[in-house]
Design a protein. Structure first.
Length: 110
């Protein structure tokens, strides 16, 4: 299982250039934790940030065209930040989680 330690999104709707956590190019930042909270005023991009994660998941499970058209995204041109012709980019920094050793549970039906 992989643990996401950093996420960067560029030119995705209102998110022109947002980085959370640690990236391969910036090892000085703290990594994201298994419990990360995102707070902010209405309309600043919280839902868009979560949709960016959803887009990446949809893309990995299907293809880019299907992911662009899914969940009311409206296609690529509606996803790209207004006023730019630059590409939409995602950077995900992750590490493989170490397998935990668990002892077998003793259970007995009563």
């Amino acid at each position: 299982m992989a643990l996401i330690e950093g996420f960067r999104v560029q030119n995705y709707r209102a998110l022109r250039d947002v980085t959370l956590g640690k990236l391969s190019t910036d090892q000085q930042e703290d990594p994201l934790t298994p419990f990360t909270v995102v707070i902010g005023k209405n309309g600043v991009g919280k839902s868009t940030l979560f949709d960016a994660f959803g887009f990446v998941a949809d893309y990995l499970n299907t293809d880019v065209e299907t992911a662009c058209d899914a969940k009311q995204r409206g296609g690529f041109e509606r996803m790209r930040s207004l006023g730019t012709n630059d590409s939409v980019q995602f950077e995900i920094y992750y590490r493989e989680a170490q397998a935990s050793v668990r002892s077998p549970m003793n259970s007995r039906a009563t």
